[in-house]
Design a protein around this ligand. Structure first.
Ligand code: MLC
Ligand code: AMP
Length: 505
């Protein structure tokens, strides 16, 4: 099989070898590779009509639908750059991402989302997904505008330590090198049918799920969102071979399977050959419960927006719970001392660094952040802490940066703090993560109020966040305090807050 260096080469390969093979199913619709390529060609024409050119950024503010896939490929056919935007993002995130990326066009699904884009005062042209028909076949692309392998394919905005997210630039080579590694490691072929309930606007759904399907010319059964009962019903039909999810999805599948068993109903996963978990730590307990109920050992892997997939438990060897395995083929990973930046021996905890063709080329218009992210030998500092066993398995133990991961979504405390700080009743605020059975971690804000009474203030502050940020970033709890614990330099001592929160439960 010839190597593909761009998503468009992968699409072209699939269309040339197997035009009628099933690429995507969604609700009542299905698309062959040829049909999707024709739809992508129409998207390309539409984008060109509104003035989008090679190298321009096009934001995709769309939920999971076939239009997302057609537009994604249409943007690439034109050699333009995809900027996926979480549809839960509100004013604060939208304003930053759309202005920072200077998106030339923004593709939306409905009027409500168009209104949010207007409110964010974005300069790009709004295009409704319904403006381009996906049906009816039609002419295939002429491939003449296809991007170069080293062209930027995607800018993935990732939560920033400063409170403003940074755009990680991934080239087509990055995407396809990672897809080659992932598909090889997981024995993914054109015979696979992936059930994809993850959102396409993040790297897990897009970089692993969609690109892997395209790379193998396999089939993806795309869903608008995750629903445990639907997923189990789908497994029972026996057509699906793979499922990728975040740990919260697995705990919900376990709960749903138990409910069914207790009602005397069967839980069947006959056609399934692989369950993958990532984006957040999978607890050994979830791993064991899933194995007991479903008879499968979940394969846990570790990735990031900047690098797509880094480490994976083996397909054939031991899938060791609590670990994220070893580097994918063609990639490297190591542990370094956080202070001296020198490699550490096995068994010692330090920062995880990775290197290889999958690693992004830098942050969009942010040379300083790019310089800080890499060392002189080209190793990327992941900001995650962990250790390596003598037989090569990596375990993640924590994070060098402040980050809350809730249900696989990343939340930077600083971003929530900045929004809360703007409320007139907030004198001081610190946001931390607290353990949560369903989402892994939950957002908790400790607030020093300006007012004497705090009646009704907790809900008011939660609603304040909900209208300005993605709803999953809002605090689940607000604790009022008379002061924040600070060190001699005036920095908030978050470890003390963690203890206080635990004891206040
Ligand atoms: C939804 N809600 C959450 C939440 N998801 N709150 C905290 N954490 C979450 N993860 C809240 C909503 O804000 C809303 O609140 C309410 O729950 C209902 O929303 P919903 O959309 O109906 O929720 P649900 O469908 O239950 O979503 C749960 C989920 C979802 C687990 C299916 O969170 C999800 O799809 N997570 C996957 C995220 C992902 O793809 N991450 C990968 C990033 S890439 P209200 O109050 O408004 O009603 C990456 C790299 C790598 O990390 O390695 O993969
Ligand atoms: P994002 O910035 O959204 O791409 O999220 C990447 C972060 O998710 C990583 O830096 C890790 O902190 C975390 N992550 C991804 N996979 C895992 C995993 N299997 N276990 C623990 N953390 C993970």
């Amino acid at each position: 099989m010839e190597q593909c260096r761009t998503t468009i080469e992968a699409l072209r390969r699939a269309v040339t070898h197997a035009p009628e093979r099933l690429f995507l199913t969604f609700e009542e619709k299905s698309f062959s590779y040829a049909a999707m390529a024709a739809a992508a060609a129409r998207w390309m024409a539409q984008l060109r009509n509104v003035g989008v050119e090679y190298g321009d950024r096009v934001a995709l503010y769309l939920e999971n639908t076939p239009a997302f896939v057609a537009a994604y490929l249409g943007i690439h056919l034109l050699g333009a750059i995809v900027v996926p935007v979480n549809i839960q993002y509100r004013q604060t995130e939208l304003q930053h991402i759309l202005h920072d990326s200077e998106a030339r066009a923004i593709i939306v699904g409905d009027q409500e989302h168009a209104d949010l884009i207007h409110q964010a005062k974005a300069l790009g042209r709004i295009i409704f997904a319904s403006e381009v028909t996906l049906e009816g076949g039609g002419a295939l692309p002429d491939w003449t505008t296809a991007p170069a392998p080293d062209a930027i394919a995607l800018i993935g905005y990732t939560s920033g330590t400063t409170g403003r997210s940074k755009g990680a630039m991934l080239t087509h080579t990055n995407l396809m090198a990672n897809s080659a590694a992932v598909t090889q490691a997981w024995r993914w072929t054109e015979r696979d049918r992936l059930l994809l309930t993850l959102p396409l606007f993040h790297i897990h759904g897009l970089g692993v799920g969609l690109n892997g399907t395209l790379f193998t010319a396999g089939t993806v059964d795309l869903r608008r969102s995750f629903n445990a009962a639907d997923v189990l019903d789908t497994f029972a039909r026996g057509m699906t071979t793979m499922f990728f999810g975040v740990p919260t999805m697995y705990t919900r599948l376990i709960a749903e399977a138990r409910r069914r068993r207790s009602e005397g109903r069967s839980v069947r996963v006959d056609g399934m050959r692989l369950f993958v978990s990532g984006s957040a730590p999978l607890s050994p307990q979830t791993f064991a419960e899933f194995e007991e109920l479903f008879g499968h050992r979940i394969l846990e892997r570790y990735g990031m927006t900047e690098t797509i997939m880094n480490l994976t438990n083996p397909y054939d060897g031991e899938r060791r719970p609590g670990t994220v395995g070893m580097p994918f083929p063609g990639q490297e990973a190591r542990i370094i001392d956080v202070r001296t930046r020198q490699p550490l021996p096995d068994g010692e905890i330090g920062e995880i660094q990775v290197r290889g063709p999958h690693v992004f080329v830098g942050y969009w218009r942010n040379p300083q952040a790019t310089a800080e992210a890499f060392d002189a030998d080209g190793w990327f500092n992941t900001g995650d802490l962990g250790w390596r066993s003598s037989d090569g398995y990596f375990t993640i133990t924590g994070r060098a940066r402040e980050l809350i991961i809730s249900g696989g979504y990343n939340i930077y405390p600083r971003e929530v703090e900045e929004v809360l700080q703007e409320h007139p009743a907030v004198a001081e605020v610190a946001v931390v993560g607290s353990p949560d059975a369903e989402f892994g971690e939950q957002v908790v804000a400790v607030v020093v109020p300006t007012t004497q009474t705090t009646d009704g203030l907790e809900q008011e502050l939660i609603d304040w966040c909900r209208t300005r940020l993605a709803s999953y970033k809002k605090p689940r709890r607000i604790i009022f305090a008379t002061a924040l614990p600070r060190n001699a330099l005036g920095k908030v001592q978050k470890h003390i807050l963690h203890h206080q929160i635990q004891s206040s439960r």
